[in-house]
Design a protein around this ligand. Structure first.
Ligand code: C5P
Length: 276
């Protein structure tokens, strides 16, 4: 089998596997039941073009089910990249981190609702009316589930203070309580899940219960110790799962590796042996 045929074959297998084992969505959340490790790993495709993103998808050769399309890729390639991923049988997490007045965010949600993404992010810091407007706009059939970003994993307590949040309860405590405040606000607005760091995921899980989908970026797998890039609040795969993460987002540790598929396989193996 030549490489192109082999890749097409791998993509078909992804689609077929998915057909038989549809996305667990909120079910992956509680973590009390065993789910396919591939349902818990989202590979961040932070690339400047659809070509580069698809090259990475092909190098991963069907070993992952979920890809994250963030601002860099979406602004460069638009819906085409989402459609390309869907045609190959993958699930898409559209990480646009919407943050604007309620009317504008609702319009943005409607604009992308039919494209095929399964998850879409808004910033919890946009406030309850903004999140409620997003929830309302995402109520159409086929629209993505919404996740609210609490505090970016690239921020530490000092950075949070610099934008005017906290001071009263000490650095760590302030960050923690800000994440919890935003998580509760998002759930009160009807948002399906949250994006938070592994440092807060245990407390968030305790605060919002077993049904919420908790997505954790800032993961640095065992094979990449000491590697933080611009992330401040990082953890290993095992730590994040043990603390209650439903799904993990991993970008550069996979996409900048010499052998991305090998790193992804290692992460999937770590997920499989992690205990929630
Ligand atoms: O390369 P790395 O693994 O650090 O990528 C993490 C991904 O998760 C990036 O695409 C980033 O935009 C996203 N993200 C994050 N922190 C959040 C929300 C999303 O790092 N709070």
């Amino acid at each position: 089998m030549d490489k192109t045929t082999a890749q097409a074959h791998a993509h078909k297998e992804v689609a077929a596997a998915h057909k038989h084992a549809p996305s667990t969505g909120a079910k992956a959340v509680a973590g009390s039941e065993r789910v396919d490790p591939r349902e818990r790993l989202i590979v961040a495709l932070d690339f400047p073009s659809a070509e580069k993103a698809m090259e990475m998808v092909e190098r991963l050769d069907g070993c992952c089910l979920w890809f994250k399309v963030g601002m860099e890729l979406y602004y460069a390639a638009g819906n085409q990249v989402i459609e390309g991923l869907r045609e190959r049988g993958y699930e898409v997490f559209l990480d646009l981190k919407l943050h604007d007045i309620p009317n504008t965010v609702a319009g943005a949600v409607r604009s992308v609702a039919g494209v095929g993404a399964s998850l879409l992010t808004v910033h919890a810091g946009g406030g309850e009316p903004m999140m409620k407007a997003a929830v309302q706009a995402a109520s159409a059939p086929g629209a993505p589930k919404l996740l609210a970003v609490t505090v970016l994993t690239s921020m530490d307590a000092a950075e949070l203070r610099a934008v005017g949040v906290g001071g009263a309860h000490g650095p760590g405590g302030t960050l923690h309580s800000q994440v919890l405040r935003l998580a509760r606000l998002a759930r009160a607005a009807g948002i399906d899940g949250l994006v938070c760091s592994a440092e807060e995921v245990e407390a968030v899980r305790a605060a919002v219960g077993p049904e919420a989908q908790l997505v954790v970026p800032g993961i640095r797998p065992a094979g990449a110790p000491g590697r933080h890039d611009d992330q401040r609040r990082v953890a290993s795969v095992t730590e994040a799962i043990a603390r209650g993460a439903s799904m993990l987002v991993v970008g550069r540790p996979i996409t900048e590796a010499a052998h991305p598929a090998r790193v992804a396989a290692g992460i999937l193996a770590e997920i499989a042996t992690s205990h929630s």
